[in-house]
Design a protein around this ligand. Structure first.
Ligand code: GKR
Ligand code: MG
Length: 429
C-alpha cells in the first residue's frame, strides 16, 4: 500500500431536523437521515461525501466498505467494478423499499449500485483534488460558470409536527396561496433566488393552481414550476395547464409513468421535466424511443452513479436535444457542494437547480451553514470539494440519529398519524 492508498472507510449515519413539508406521498418526518462517508488514506488525507441514510443504504455501504481498502483514490473504474460485484441488483426493477419511492428515487433498491458508486466516487474525487491541489470541478473538465443558480423550493406545509417534541420552525403554516407567497418572499429575501419551484401533488389541484397564480402575480418575471410528483391524472394535469400553461417555465412530473407524461405532452405545449420517469439509462432510452415526450431531465448524482455519470447524462441529453437541470432531496452542505462542482462543469445546464438546503438549519461542515449569494452557490476554488467536516458537528448529528427511532424515510406513515384514513394511492387527484 502506498502513502495515498485508502486505509480506512468510515460511514456515519446522521439525522437533522426537517419541517413538516407536504408532498404527494404524505409529509416529512421530524428527522431526515443522511450518511457521511470518509475515506482516509495511509498518509492521513480524508476524502468526504454525503449520501442517503436509509438502513438499506447503510447496509450496502457497509457491505462494500472493505473493498475500498488498499485502493488508490485515482482508481475510480476499479471502485465501480468492486461495488458492482458486491451489490446484487434485485430481480425485479420494480422492487421498492419505501412507499414514497417514486418521489425519492434514492430509496429504490434497483439503484443501489449507482448510489454506492456515487457515494464513494465523490469522496475519491475529493481525495484526488487534494492530491492534485485542484478543485473537483477541474477534475470534471473545468468550470464553465463560477457559481451555480438554485431555485426557491417551496412546500405547502403545516406549522408544526404532530406528535414529536419539535420547536416550531420559522416558516409557519403554508396552506393558502397568500401563505405560500409569504414563504416565497422569505426564502427569496434570505437567499436571493431568481426562480421558484412549488412542490405540488399535496393539496387539491385547484388550491395549488391558485397558489401558483398568486406567486406569478407576486413575482412577475420569475420563472415558475410546479411538481405534483405524478399525483395528478392526465385529465387533471391538462385542466391545470388550461390555467397555468402561460405561467410556467416547465411542468415537472404531473402524471404517472412515461405513458402518462406522453399523454400530457401530446395535449399541452408546456415543457415537461422529470426526476421520476427518466432516472436511469434504460428509462432514458425509453423516453428517446418515444420521441422524448419529457424534454428536461432533472439529474441527481446521488442515484445516477456520481459526478462522472452526471457528465455522461449531460452529453446524452445534448445529443437528444434535451435540457438538463438537477433534482434534490433533503440534504446538507456536502451534497450541495458536490452538486455545485458538477453543475459548474456542465455547459448544458438549462435551468436553476433544485435544493432543499434552505429547509435545514444545521450542517456538518466546518464554518457552519453554506451561504447562497443572489440565489447562487459559489464553486469552491480550494482543492477537492473545498469543504471539510467539523467533527463536533458530525458527532452532534450522529447523536440525533442515535436518539431517533427513524431508520427509513416514510412520509406515508407519518401522514397517517395526522389522518389514519390517508390512502397514499396515486394519482390522488
Ligand atoms: O422532499 O418531499 C420531498 C420531495 O417530494 C422529494 O422527495 C422529491 O424527490 O424533490 C423531489 C422531487 O423533485 O420530486
Ligand atoms: Mg420532482
Amino acid at each position: 500500500m502506498t502513502a495515498h492508498h485508502i486505509r480506512h472507510v468510515r460511514i456515519t449515519p446522521i439525522a437533522f431536523r426537517d419541517p413538516p413539508l407536504l408532498n404527494a406521498a404524505g409529509i416529512h418526518e421530524p428527522w431526515a437521515l443522511r450518511a457521511i462517508v470518509e475515506l482516509e488514506t495511509q498518509s492521513g488525507l480524508v476524502g468526504i461525501n454525503e449520501t442517503y441514510g436509509d438502513q438499506s443504504m447503510l447496509d450496502a455501504l457497509a457491505r462494500c466498505a472493505d473493498a475500498l481498502i488498499g485502493l488508490s483514490p485515482w482508481a475510480l473504474n476499479d471502485m465501480d467494478a468492486r461495488v458492482a460485484a458486491l451489490v446484487t441488483p434485485p430481480q425485479q426493477s420494480s422492487e421498492f423499499l419505501g412507499v414514497q419511492v417514486s418521489l425519492a428515487p434514492g430509496t429504490h433498491v434497483s439503484k443501489t449500485v449507482a448510489k454506492v458508486t456515487s457515494a464513494f466516487e465523490v469522496a475519491m474525487l475529493d481525495l484526488q483534488g487534494q492530491l492534485a491541489n485542484a478543485p473537483v470541478v477541474d477534475l470534471l473538465g473545468g468550470a464553465v460558470r463560477n457559481s451555480v443558480p438554485f431555485s426557491a423550493y417551496l412546500f405547502f406545509k403545516y406549522a408544526e409536527h404532530i406528535d414529536q417534541p419539535y420547536a416550531p420552525d420559522p416558516w409557519g403554516e403554508a396552506i393558502q396561496p397568500d401563505q405560500l407567497v409569504a414563504q416565497a418572499r422569505r426564502m427569496i429575501d434570505l437567499h436571493g433566488f431568481k426562480s421558484i419551484k412549488v412542490k405540488g401533488g399535496a393539496l387539491p389541484p385547484d388550491q395549488e393552481v391558485a397558489a401558483v397564480i398568486a406567486l406569478s402575480n407576486a413575482f412577475p418575471g420569475l420563472p415558475l414550476r410546479i411538481d405534483p410528483n405524478a399525483n395528478w391524472s392526465v385529465s387533471t394535469s391538462l385542466k391545470a395547464m388550461d390555467r397555468l400553461s402561460g405561467l410556467l417555465e416547465y411542468l415537472e412530473d404531473p402524471a404517472p409513468g412515461l405513458d402518462g407524461m406522453a399523454s400530457v405532452a401530446r395535449e399541452c405545449n408546456v415543457p415537461l421535466a422529470t426526476n421520476m420517469v427518466v432516472t436511469d439509462w434504460a428509462e432514458f432510452r425509453k423516453n428517446a424511443e418515444q420521441g422524448c415526450p419529457v424534454n428536461i431531465v432533472l439529474s441527481d448524482h446521488h442515484y445516477w452513479g456520481g459526478l462522472r455519470a452526471t457528465l455522461r447524462l449531460a452529453h446524452l441529453c445534448e445529443t437528444h436535444g434535451l435540457s438538463l437541470s438537477m433534482h434534490s432531496n433533503s440534504h446538507l452542505g456536502i451534497s450541495l457542494t458536490a452538486m455545485t462542482h458538477v453543475a459548474a462543469a456542465v455547459p448544458h445546464l438549462s435551468h436553476d437547480c433544485d435544493t432543499h438546503y434552505p429547509w435545514q438549519d444545521d450542517d456538518v461542515v466546518q464554518g457552519g451553514r453554506l451561504r447562497f449569494e443572489q440565489g447562487r452557490m459559489r464553486v469552491p476554488a480550494e482543492s477537492g470539494l473545498g469543504i471539510r467536516i467539523d467533527p463536533e458537528a458530525l458527532a452532534r448529528l450522529h447523536d440525533n440519529y442515535r436518539n431517533t427511532t427513524i431508520r427509513n424515510r416514510d412520509d406515508l406513515a407519518q401522514m397517517r398519524r395526522y389522518d389514519p384514513t390517508f390512502s397514499g394511492i396515486q394519482p390522488r387527484y
